[in-house]
Ligand binder design. Structure first.
Ligand code: BG6
Length: 478
């Protein structure tokens, strides 16, 4: 099975994890700038004492420096071009454009930076695929407005989205609204700005925040279509294929419910344009009722009219569900939980490796929605060793990616409409969950350690040359 001629091979990154320059040229702080690095990062943020204070005596803040893409973007994009990228997925840092988030006037210096990045992509015939919000709302909106549960954020985001869409839509055709919007079920801090102190413990707030994001996303679809009739807007979900642990109907039902609540809920609204029939039951399971949510008829009409054009999703792992309590071995490290699947191995960070799960995901999403699918994240977080001669032999990463690309090929043969593949962290960057540099995904090595020490030098890994060949042969040489 051949990959389509215009298949979007490329790579993906996010502003907060690679740009650095966190306080340059008028940029405001984003929620990520207040997240300490290290394996305990998510536990600290989820704790009752976390209040966004930046304490540089106690913690390292790796997002402040990222990999300094802010000053290296030309060279980095040239390296992507050397691999033959057709698309580069990156995000705009909202607080670079609106430092607090609630201003009327954008920060021109911030807009100019993305002008330069986009121009560089276009120069190399790389399609920019832009995420409007990748885990980094302006910190001010989280602290002073209480994050996405506050409906005022819809207007702020609308203004931000319209500003950047108007500015770049002559050169940008692919837009994604909120990165991994459904991840708030497990860690609402990143995409919704919710911590314990402003209501993360109440599921109703998370669902209200989702509703507000759905509406904001619909405004972005409207703006993109009005600015350029050829524009394509996708939602973005984290998809972790989920299996019932065994044939026990109790586990099968639990898995079905899990899929509704996690894998499908947000996509159901954003793709179909209306709430699914199971929504009231899901609200009830979460301790509130429909009338507790503030959803106006105008908003519901907007959702119906401006649903997304395609689905983009990240795929790293699968999970297994046991509701009977018979299975006691949980998977560790993976923030989404679930029990250990005895048929799968896992990365050092506990993410279960399952290429067949990707083929299943593609079929499931295709069957359910029948819209184009774009895999905008996939990859293996692993430690790399630089050899004495400076080379990095990352055959483990090549094996992971090869198996997943093969699964995409099989899904194409199954009849699934897939438009592109942009593996995560095409250049090493700061990990979202742990703030580490040592959890690396890239084809390009960046000399930087977990404490932020290093030369920032970029080096092509073995996987760089391998992926280059994959792209040149349009997936025929794996
Ligand atoms: C996705 C996020 O969840 O997974 C990225 O969209 C993130 O921002 C990626 O970096 C990999 O996760 P991690 O925690 O290994 O960086």
């Amino acid at each position: 099975m051949k990959f389509p001629e215009n298949f979007l091979w490329g790579g993906a990154t996010a502003a907060n994890q690679l740009e650095g320059g966190y306080d340059l040229d008028g940029r405001g702080l984003s929620v990520d700038d207040a997240l300490p690095g290290g394996k305990q990062r998510m536990a600290i943020i989820a704790g009752p004492n976390f209040d966004w204070t930046i304490d540089e005596q106690q913690y390292v803040y790796p997002n402040h420096q990222g990999i300094d893409f802010y000053h290296h973007y030309k060279k980095d994009i040239a390296l992507f071009a050397e691999m033959g990228f057709k698309a580069y997925r990156f995000s705009i840092s909202w607080s670079r454009i609106f430092p607090q988030g609630d201003e009327q006037e954008p920060n021109e210096a911030g807009l100019q930076f993305y002008d330069l990045v986009i121009t560089e992509c276009v120069k190399h015939h790389i399609q920019p695929v832009i995420t409007l919000s990748h885990y980094e709302m302006p910190l001010y909106l989280a602290k002073h407005y209480g994050g996405w549960k506050n409906k005022q954020l819809i207007g702020f985001f609308k203004h931000y989205a319209e500003t950047v869409i108007k500015r770049y839509s002559d050169r940008v055709h692919y837009w994604l609204t909120f990165n991994e919007i459904n991840s708030a079920a497990h860690f609402p801090v990143l995409s919704q700005g919710l911590i314990q102190q402003n209501g993360a413990n109440e599921p109703r707030n998370i669902f209200q925040a989702w509703h507000n994001q759905f509406v904001a996303s619909a405004y972005a679809v409207k703006a993109a279509h009005e600015a350029n009739p050829d524009a394509q807007v996708g939602n973005m979900i984290i998809y972790a294929t989920s299996y019932a642990y065994d044939a026990d109907p109790i586990n099968q039902l639990a898995n079905l419910k899990h899929n509704q609540a996690f894998n499908f809920y947000c996509a159901d609204v954003q793709v179909r344009g209306h709430y699914p029939s199971y929504a009231p039951a899901l609200f009830k399971e979460n301790g509130f009722t429909e009338s507790d949510l503030d959803r106006t008829s105008d908003e519901l009409a907007l959702l119906a009219k401006y649903h997304v054009d395609f689905i983009s999703f990240s795929y790293y792992m699968s999970s297994a569900i046991d509701a009977t309590g018979r299975v006691t071995e949980n998977i560790s490290g993976n923030l989404m939980g679930g029990v250990k699947n005895p048929f799968l191995s896992a990365s050092e960070w506990g993410w279960q490796i399952d290429p067949t799960g990707l083929r299943i995901a593609l079929n499931e999403l295709n069957d359910r929605y029948q819209v184009p699918l774009f895999i905008v994240e996939n990859g293996l977080g692993a430690r790399d060793t630089v050899q004495a001669d400076g080379q990095i032999h990352d055959d483990y990463r090549i094996n992971y990616l090869r198996a997943h690309i093969k699964a995409i090929q099989d899904a194409l043969a199954d009849g699934v409409n897939i438009i592109g593949y942009t593996p995560w962290g095409c250049i090493d960057l700061v990990s979202a969950s742990t703030g580490e540099m040592s959890k690396r995904y890239g084809f390009i090595y960046v000399d930087l350690d977990d404490q932020g020490r290093g030369t920032l030098k970029r080096t092509r890994k073995d996987s760089f040359y391998w992926y280059q060949k994959v792209i040149t042969t349009n997936g025929e040489t794996l």
